[in-house]
Design a protein around this ligand. Structure first.
Ligand code: PEP
Ligand code: MN
Length: 346
């Protein structure tokens, strides 16, 4: 439920509304606005009986909210959320386009250090690498697990890069958060509600990937679990969805990016590697994601993709990544200039 106050409502009126909501056993969330204040209500598991609020004169309107998400909704939080990664890098709103890159999986110290040195040289701030790998076949490489976390921690300390890795089970959230700066919830776990609840208890940023068949509403419902747990630092990541088309690994749903920006204030990045599964499609799709308004990209890059233990076919060689980075920079500047003053969120 959303309560919209009259423009003449005083701080005292707002406090009265908040107290009334609390006395109803619910939680008020203030939503500041330029014109008038609104107050959201969370904590209800069904319809709210608004009788105690009806006689408060300073209330203009009481709007029932039927969506499965509130805290992540633009209705509850009109301004863009900017998430800070590791106290220094920002993503969302008008922050510079973020590039995250690295191999699919952490394989060795040498592989991670080579990649980290390239990123550092290029000014790319965040290194990715999976320590726990959720693989379709149990016979495929499952990741170095704790050993992978140790390597990520070493590389981040040695290079000062920020590091992101996937967490696959609620019991691992603590140990993963100790070793990396950003946690990733993968597509296969988008609706692992125990995992979402657990990452809601920490404050490190979480990249929440869209599930293989996740609808926008389901995806935002999943983000809501994390925010409701108390962690506001969520970055959404579109990584392609399952369709009838098998020519690409997944179908890149670029249309969802501007739509996500309409529905939620959270940042949204794009993963062209899993969205396409093909190295030669990574550059064009990364560039396209800038045009539709993504706040960043996450790209798989490997020193020797032919020898990669997972996702080599979609991983860029270093020179390809360097070339793409140059193109992203030029296109980013161009799009920013063109969009200025047009009042569009994309
Ligand atoms: C990954 O980022 O390595 C990964 C497994 O991605 P997704 O969860 O999108 O399949
Ligand atoms: Mn991968």
């Amino acid at each position: 439920m959303l309560i919209v106050m009259h423009h003449w409502a005083t701080d005292k009126d707002v406090t009265l509304v908040k107290k009334t909501i609390t006395s109803m056993g619910l939680k008020p969330v203030a939503i500041p606005g330029a014109e008038r204040t609104a107050i959201g209500i969370i904590g209800n598991q069904g319809r709210v009986n608004d009788a105690p609020l009806r006689d408060i004169k300073a209330i203009l309107e009481i709007i029932p909210v039927t969506k499965p998400y509130k805290l992540v909704s633009r209705d509850f939080h009109p301004a863009d959320t900017v998430v800070t990664l590791g106290n220094k890098v920002k993503v969302g709103g008008k922050s510079p386009f973020l590039v995250i890159a690295g191999p699919c999986a952490v394989e060795s110290r040498d592989q991670m250090m080579k990649t980290a040195r390239l990123l550092k040289k290029m000014g790319v701030p965040v290194l990715r690498g999976g320590a726990y790998k959720p693989r379709t076949s149990p016979h495929s490489f499952q990741g170095l697990r704790e050993g992978g976390l140790e390597l990520l921690d070493e590389v981040r300390k040695e290079t000062g890069l920020l590091v992101v890795t996937e967490v696959v089970s609620p019991e691992h959230v603590g140990i993963v958060a100790e070793h990396v700066d950003i946690l990733q919830v993968g597509a296969r776990n988008m609706q692992n509600f125990d995992l979402l609840t657990e990452v809601g208890k920490i404050r490190k940023p979480v990249i929440l990937k869209r599930g293989l068949s996740g609808t926008l509403e389901e995806w935002l419902g999943s983000a809501e679990y994390i925010l409701l747990g108390g962690n506001p630092n969520v970055v959404l990541c579109e990584r392609g969805i399952r369709t009838f088309e098998t020519a690409t690994r997944n179908t890149a749903d670029l249309a969802i990016i501007p739509l996500v920006k309409e529905k939620t204030h959270l940042p949204i990045i794009f993963d062209p590697s899993h969205a396409t599964g093909k190295r030669n499609l990574v550059a064009p799709l990364s560039l396209a994601s800038i045009v539709v308004g993504a706040h960043g990209v996450m790209i798989e890059v490997h020193p020797e993709p032919e020898r990669a233990l997972s996702d080599g076919q979609q991983s860029l060689h270093f020179p390809e990544f360097e070339k793409l980075q140059g193109r992203l920079n030029s296109l980013g500047k161009f799009v920013k200039q063109k969009m200025q003053g047009q009042g569009t969120r994309a």
